[in-house]
Design a protein around this ligand. Structure first.
Ligand code: CUA
Length: 234
């Protein structure tokens, strides 16, 4: 199977994480943490076991079977079977992880999972030193982004002057803001909450002040606020 055919199959099979970005990234985090810990424990335990098994002893016979010889590649006994097995298991783990992670990241990088009513497109413009947000109805806010709850938000990000980087850690959003170019990313809002968007690319003296408040509001509250925003009035 080619890459492009395999990934959707894995997505459908539920092997590769889908859903919100937060979900996808936390699954990647936990899989790597648990697998890494597991491999570390096995390797260190096996190393300690061998260090103990072949420790220096006064009463040790001169020729212990399987004893590794300094300067020689160990066959691992059994005519290299152990060596082959460890290579094979490592290869399976590494290749599976690469395919799995690639699939998860491809899903995140692709178009948002839901299109339609619950999708809102926000145009984000970075400048020295702040963020401007343009809403579908033509309204504009500066330094504050208001979003409705339980919504898929598509961000179209660009810059007015130099390179910036738009990031909202809690929503797992981080994307370049480049003058003359538009980069697209998406996120899903859930409960009403307040987050902070920041610039993640050193862009000048005011870089560290280049923040914006992200306010996720209850749907009705948002609707009221949004209805009062007009292209001219903001
Ligand atoms: Cu914009 Cu740092």
């Amino acid at each position: 199977m080619t890459d492009s055919a395999m990934i959707p199959a894995l997505l459908q099979g539920g092997i590769i994480p889908t859903g919100s970005r937060v979900n996808v990234f936390s699954e990647i985090y936990w899989v790597f943490l648990i697998l890494g810990t597991l491999v570390g424990v096995v390797v260190i335990a096996y190393m300690l076991y061998n260090a103990y098994k072949y420790r220096e002893r006064d009463d040790a016979p001169d020729t212990v079977e399987d004893r590794p010889v300094l300067g020689e590649v160990p066959t691992g006994g059994g005519k290299g079977r152990k060596l082959f097995l460890s290579f094979a298991i490592s290869a399976v783990i590494v290749i599976s992880l690469v395919v799995w992670t690639y699939g998860a990241l491809a899903y995140v990088e692709n178009e948002p999972p839901t299109q339609g009513e619950d999708t809102m497109e926000i145009e984000v413009v970075g400048y020295q030193f702040g963020w401007e947000f343009h809403y579908p109805n033509g309204a504009t806010t500066d330094g504050e982004l208001r979003l409705p709850e339980d919504t898929t938000v598509v961000f179209k990000v660009t810059s007015d002057d130099v390179f910036h980087n738009f990031g909202i850690p809690e929503l797992r959003v981080k994307v370049d803001a480049i003058p003359g170019e538009t980069t697209t990313t998406w996120a899903q809002t859930e409960e009403p909450a307040t987050y902070e968007a920041k610039c993640y690319e050193l862009c000048g003296a005011g870089h560290s002040y280049m923040t914006a408040e992200v306010v996720v509001m209850e749907q009705s509250e948002f609707d009221t606020w949004y209805a009062n925003q007009t292209a001219e009035g903001s």
